[in-house]
Design a protein around this ligand. Sequence first.
Ligand code: FAD
Length: 345
Amino acid sequence: MTRIAVVGAGVAGLGVAYALRDAAPVTLFERRERVGGRAATREQADCVYDTGANYVKSDDERVSRVVRELSDGLVDVEEPVWTFDADETISEGRDENTEKWTYRNGIGTLGQRLLDASDATVRTNTRIVGSQKDKSDGWYVEDDSGNEHGPYDELVLTPPAPLTASLLEFAAWGDDETRRELREHVGHVPYRTILSVVLHYPFEIDRPYYALVNTDKEHEIGWLARESCKPGHVPDGESLLVVQMAPDWSAEHYDWEDSEIVAAAADHVADLLSDHSLSAPDWFDVIRWRDALPDSGADTDVLRRAAEVNLHFAGDWVAGDGRVHRALGSGLDVGERIRNKNRRG
Ligand SMILES: Cc1cc2nc3c(=O)[nH]c(=O)nc-3n(C[C@H](O)[C@H](O)[C@H](O)COP(=O)(O)OP(=O)(O)OC[C@H]3O[C@@H](n4cnc5c(N)ncnc54)[C@H](O)[C@@H]3O)c2cc1C
């Protein structure tokens, strides 16, 4: 039976495992303690908050079907998204017809549900640093403790493009020229950096919208969301704002202390919402996303050439859009391709 190794257990890697459930043994290697990647949730002081992706959109029928299959605890954010510009003029946004899903226990539940529904083995706290293809045997991957895992018949790489490019640097397979071309191609996918700043207040912030998005890209804040609009996330009488700072601001302030980032972000929030009590949250959290969102995608023709040596890629950067449903769809695609190949073979 075909054995499959997947590096990275974000929704793309988990999508591969889900598509291959009951068809082939899949082993996922994840450098972090938990699965889900950038679809991540934290908990603190009775609050649940989504620190990367804020929700999954029901934009893709096949992905929506999968999410509905895993719907225990699924909640829809019903309040709308409004907009603001550099002058801090807040305007009613367009009504979209898609749902905005997360879970009562946070969007991180999606990753865990995908894993539970597949029969994959997951090795968490295992960072892969190299891979090699043995002609007779198949693929081997090496972790940062020097352990070798394998052999596997198919290898799928799903980390964000800059991390996948550095993995390709330590890969031994095929000829030098093919490897160099692929590595350079993947390494050129640009990513935006985002600092997610979480601000908690011991009082309610009542507004007619769930979130505000900056449309002219000229403000220090890119996105601001009221986590209390997600059922089960914030106790009554309290508020928790998830503030994503603009990519330029985030890159410039990436190495600041958390407390300095929070002080600056909270002042911007107080100005934007015209409420100076918001400059003093009673607690906070800061999450640094160096490779937050891809600005474009990779050329799928170049990536597909690697399939000749049973090497595959999945992720938002393969789909060309930093969205959970696109990343999950990309993982399902790869899983289905491997599944069909096995059937034919
Ligand atoms: C701040 C922020 C806000 C966002 N908002 C939204 C939103 O509202 N809606 C939406 O749809 N999308 C949003 N996104 C985008 C969405 O989160 C991503 O597009 C999606 O989660 C990407 O999934 P992925 O599996 O491709 O990558 P990832 O989730 O990054 O998964 C890759 C996994 O690989 C692991 N990994 C990396 N290197 C190695 C290694 N060497 N060995 C082992 N494991 C490794 C990582 O730890 C990670 O778990 C947001 C993202 C961010 C950061």
